[in-house]
Ligand binder design. Structure first.
Ligand code: ACO
Ligand code: KIV
Length: 499
C-alpha cells in the first residue's frame, strides 16, 4: 500500500445531489438552501447542489444559491452532453462536474457506445465547460470496474483538455481498500491534476476506500452528510473528516464542532433518521451504560471514548439500566445534588436494576424522581387531574373535556380526536402547553389482564422544548384514565426542572 497522503484534503459534499438520490428523499429549493447554508458554515469546499438538467426546480435552486454569497463553490452535475452542461451554465453554477460511464458494462449495455465515442464525449464536455471559463471536474463513472489502460487514456485525454480535477467513482461500491490504494497510485503516475474519489457503501467500505485513496495521494473526498446516497449510500463526511483529523493529522476546512448540528438538520429535512449507533453523530455515539465503562469514563473519558464529544458538537450521556454500576449512580446523584444514606442508596440501586431487568427505560428525570422519592422528598405534582368526561360513538365526533389543577388554578378544556384517548390527550396537551410545551414522543398501551375489564397499562415518553425526556406509566381499567395519568406523571417530572 502506498502511504503518501497530502497535508490537506478538500471536502466535496454531494448530500444535495447523490444524497438526494437516496430512495424516498426529495429536497425542495428552500430546503436545499437551508442545507447549503449549513454546509457552507461547516466549511465544505464544494457543494454539489444538484443536477441542473433534471428539472426547472433544480435550475431555480442554483439561481437562488448563487445569490447567497457562499464561500463554498457551487457545483452542478451534468452528463457529458452539451445540453446538460448548458443547463448548468444557464443556472449560474460556478463549477460543473461532468461524467460518463467507462466500464464495459456501461459502454456495452447502458450507453451502447464504443470506447472512442465515450472518450470523444468526455473531451468535448470538458472543453465545452472550460471554453465557458467554468471549473471542470470529470468522472469516469464505474471507474473501479473499468480497464486500467482505458481509464488512464480517458483521464489523460481530459487532462489534456485542461480539466481542473478528476474524480474516481466506485459507483457500485465494489472495490476494497488495497485495490483503491493501488488504483490511485497508478493514476498518480500519469495524472497531474488533483484526484478526487467518490465511494459508495454497498459493502460498508466507502469510508475505508476513501481513506485508502487519500493514503495513495488523492486530494479530495466526495462524500455526504450521514452517508446518504443511492442504495447503501456514500462515504459519510463526518466519518471521513474525523478520521483525517485524528488518524493522519490531515487538515480540512471543516469546523468539526458543527458536525452533529449539520447531521441533525439533514436528517430532519430528508426524513432519514440516523441509527443510534451511527459513528460520530448517532445518538449513542457518546452514550455509556455498562458500569465498568462508566467508572472508566468518570476517571478519564479517553478510557472508553475515541473522541471528545465536544469536538464534533455532541454530548456525553450516561444511561441508566440493568448494566449500570454504583459509580454511575453516585455520579448522577452528585449531578442532581441528591444526598442519600447507604440504605437509601442501596434501595435506589436495586430499583434501577429491577427496572432494567423488566426492560424499562429510565430517563434522567425518572432517576431523579425515584431518588427524591426514596430520599423522602414529597413529589410535587404541579398538574393534577380533577375530572374527565368523554363522549364517543359511531355517530359523534369523539370529544373529551378535562378539568385540571394547574399550579393551583382550575382549568377546563374540551378537544376532539380520532377516538376517546386521542381526544383526551389532545385536551390535556392543550392545557399543559400553557405551562410547558411538551410533545408526546412515544405511547404504548398493553392489556395486562384478560377480559373486557382488563387492566390497561399505558407507557409514554414526553419531551420538552429543551429535549428533556421523561417517562410516565399508569395502569387503570379505563384506558382513557390510564393514558391521562401516564402523561401527567411524565409532565410533572419535566416540570421538576422548572421549579
Ligand atoms: C452514478 C450517478 O449517480 S449518475 C447521476 C444519476 N442521477 C440522475 O439520473 C438524476 C437526474 N436525472 C434525470 O433527471 C434524468 O435521468 C435526465 C434528465 C438526466 C435524463 O432524462 P431522459 O432524457 O429522460 O433519459 P433517461 O434518464 O431515461 O436515460 C438516460 C439517458 O442518458 C444517457 N446517459 C447516461 N449517462 C450519460 C452520460 N454520462 N453522458 C451521456 N449520456 C448519458 C443514457 O444512455 C440514456 O440515453 P437514452 O435516452 O438515449 O436512452
Ligand atoms: C456521478 C458519479 C460521480 C456518481 O455519482 C457515481 O459514479 O456514483
Amino acid at each position: 500500500m502506498t502511504f503518501n497522503p497530502p497535508s490537506d484534503v478538500m471536502i466535496y459534499d454531494t448530500t444535495l445531489r447523490d444524497g438526494e438520490q437516496t430512495p424516498g428523499v426529495t429536497i425542495t429549493t428552500d430546503e436545499k438552501i437551508t442545507i447549503a447554508e449549513k454546509l457552507d458554515k461547516l466549511g465544505v469546499d464544494v457543494i454539489e447542489l444538484g443536477f441542473p438538467a433534471a428539472s426547472l426546480g433544480e435550475q431555480k435552486t442554483f439561481k437562488e444559491a448563487s445569490k447567497l454569497g457562499l464561500n463554498a463553490q457551487i457545483s452542478g452535475l451534468a452528463r457529458a452532453l452539451t445540453k446538460d452542461i448548458d443547463k448548468a451554465i444557464d443556472a449560474d453554477a460556478d463549477y460543473i462536474h461532468t461524467f460518463i460511464g467507462t466500464s464495459p458494462l456501461h459502454r456495452d449495455y447502458k450507453l451502447k457506445m464504443s470506447k472512442e465515442e465515450i472518450l470523444d464525449k468526455a473531451v468535448t464536455a470538458v472543453e465545452y465547460i472550460k471554453d465557458h471559463g467554468i471549473i471542470a471536474e470529470f468522472s469516469c463513472e464505474d471507474a473501479t470496474r473499468t480497464e486500467l489502460d482505458y481509464l488512464l487514456k480517458v483521464f489523460g485525454a481530459v487532462q489534456d483538455a485542461k480539466v481542473d480535477k478528476i474524480n474516481v467513482p466506485d459507483t457500485v461500491g465494489v472495490t476494497r481498500p488495497g485495490k483503491m490504494n493501488e488504483l490511485i497510485t497508478n493514476l498518480r503516475q500519469e495524472i497531474n491534476v488533483p484526484i478526487s474519489v467518490h465511494c459508495h457503501n454497498d459493502f460498508g467500505l466507502a469510508v475505508a476506500n476513501t481513506l485508502a485513496a487519500i493514503e495513495a495521494g488523492a486530494k479530495q473526498a466526495q462524500c455526504t452528510i450521514n452517508g446518504l446516497g443511492e442504495r447503501a449510500g456514500n462515504a459519510s463526511l463526518e466519518e471521513i473528516v474525523m478520521s483525517l483529523h485524528k488518524f493522519y493529522d490531515i487538515n480540512t476546512n471543516i469546523n468539526s464542532k458543527l458536525l452533529v448540528n449539520t447531521s441533525e438538520t439533514v436528517s430532519r429535512i430528508t426524513g432519514v433518521k440516523m441509527p443510534p449507533n451511527k459513528a460520530i453523530v448517532g445518538e449513542n455515539a457518546f452514550a455509556h451504560e455498562a458500569g465498568i465503562h462508566v467508572q472508566g469514563i468518570l476517571a478519564n473519558s479517553e478510557t472508553y471514548e475515541a473522541l471528545n464529544p465536544e469536538e464534533v458538537g455532541h454530548k456525553r450521556r450516561i444511561v441508566l439500566g440493568k448494566l449500570t454500576g454504583a459509580n454511575a449512580v453516585r455520579a448522577k446523584l452528585d449531578e442532581y445534588n441528591i444526598k442519600l444514606n447507604d440504605e437509601q442508596f442501596n434501595t435506589l440501586f436495586r430499583k434501577i436494576k429491577s427496572l432494567g431487568d423488566a426492560g424499562k427505560t429510565i430517563t434522567d428525570l425518572d432517576f431523579r424522581s425515584i431518588a427524591e422519592a426514596i430520599q423522602g422528598k414529597p413529589t410535587e405534582e404541579r398538574i393534577k387531574l380533577c375530572g374527565i368526561s368523554v363522549m364517543t360513538g359511531d355517530s359523534t365526533l369523539p370529544t373529551a373535556t378535562v378539568k385540571l389543577d394547574l399550579d393551583g388554578e382550575i382549568k377546563y378544556r374540551a378537544e376532539t380526536g380520532v377516538g376517546p384517548v386521542d381526544a383526551a390527550l389532545n385536551a390535556i396537551q392543550s392545557l399543559i402547553n400553557e405551562v410547558v410545551h411538551i410533545e408526546l414522543e412515544e405511547y404504548h398501551i398493553e392489556a395486562i389482564t384478560g377480559g373486557t375489564n382488563a387492566l390497561g397499562e399505558v407507557f409514554v415518553i414526553t419531551v420538552d422544548e429543551n429535549g428533556n425526556k421523561a417517562t410516565g406509566r399508569a395502569t387503570d381499567e379505563d384506558i382513557v384514565k390510564a393514558s391521562i395519568d401516564a402523561i401527567l406523571s411524565s409532565t410533572n417530572k419535566l416540570l421538576m426542572l422548572r421549579n
